[in-house]
Design a protein. Structure first.
Length: 216
C-alpha cells in the first residue's frame, strides 16, 4: 500500500479556482485504487498559525524543559501535525495556484513547518546540506492564469519554481510528475480548451501514480 498525502492549497470553489478543480479531478481519479491510501491536508482547513516568534520561543522552552503557553503549544501542535503527515507519506501531491507570482501564504506556512534541520535536511561536517526525505516522491499540480513558460516570463514565476527547489532540492523528494495549467486567463477564447486538456493530464498523472504503486 502506498500512502499518498495531497496538500490542498486553494480554498476557492472548483467552479472558480482551477487548482481546486485539479485537486478534485485528482481525488476522483484515485478513488477506489486499492493500492493507494490517499489523505488530504487542506492548509485552509487545518489550524496553521503563521510561523513567527511563538515558534522560536517554544523551541527555547522545549530545549530547557519549560512549559509552553497556549499560543506556543498551539503552533507546536500544528507543526507536529504537518511533519507527521509528511512522515507518514510515500508520495506527496501539492495542488496549488500561482497567486501574485508566488504560493498562497497558508502553503508557505506548511513549508515553514516542514523546512527544518533535523527533519527535512541536515548539514554534514563540512557544512553541506544533506536531504533527509529522499525516500519520498512528489507530484506537482499547479494552475496559473498567465503564461510563465516562456524565456521572458519564466524567471517571474515563484510558485512552481519555489516548490520544486524546496521539495526536490532541499527535502530530496523525487518529483515524479508535474501538471501545470496556464494561460486560461490570458487567452479567454481558449480557456475551456486549456483547462480541459489540463484536467486530462491530471487524470493521467493519477493513473501513472497508481501504476507505479502497483509495481513498487
Amino acid at each position: 500500500m502506498t500512502n499518498v498525502l495531497v496538500v490542498k492549497a486553494n480554498n476557492r470553489p472548483s467552479t472558480e479556482g482551477v487548482s481546486s478543480k485539479m485537486y478534485e479531478v485528482f481525488m476522483e481519479a484515485v478513488k477506489g485504487a486499492e493500492n493507494l491510501n490517499v489523505t488530504t491536508y487542506d492548509v485552509y482547513e487545518e489550524n496553521t498559525p503563521y510561523f513567527g516568534q511563538e515558534v522560536f520561543n517554544a523551541y527555547g522552552k522545549l530545549a530547557q524543559g519549560q512549559e509552553l503557553n497556549e499560543a506556543e503549544a498551539e503552533v507546536m501542535a500544528a507543526q507536529n501535525k504537518a511533519r507527521q503527515a509528511i512522515t507518514d507519506a510515500d508520495v506527496v501531491v501539492f495542488a496549488f495556484p500561482l497567486w501574485n507570482l508566488t504560493i498562497p501564504a497558508k502553503l508557505q506556512t506548511f513549508i515553514d513547518y516542514t523546512y527544518a534541520a533535523g527533519f527535512s535536511f541536515k548539514y554534514d561536517e563540512n557544512g553541506n546540506l544533506v536531504s533527509l526525505l529522499t525516500d519520498k516522491k512528489a507530484i506537482i499540480l499547479n494552475a496559473r492564469g498567465g503564461i510563465y513558460s516562456t524565456p521572458e516570463t519564466a524567471g517571474m514565476e515563484m510558485a512552481v519554481n519555489y516548490i520544486k527547489t524546496v521539495v526536490g532540492g532541499v527535502y530530496g523528494m523525487e518529483i515524479i510528475d508535474e501538471v501545470i495549467i496556464e494561460g486560461h486567463n490570458a487567452m479567454p477564447a481558449k480557456a475551456e480548451e486549456i483547462k480541459a486538456a489540463g484536467y486530462e493530464a491530471v487524470k493521467a498523472a493519477a493513473a501513472r501514480l497508481a501504476e507505479v504503486a502497483v509495481n513498487a
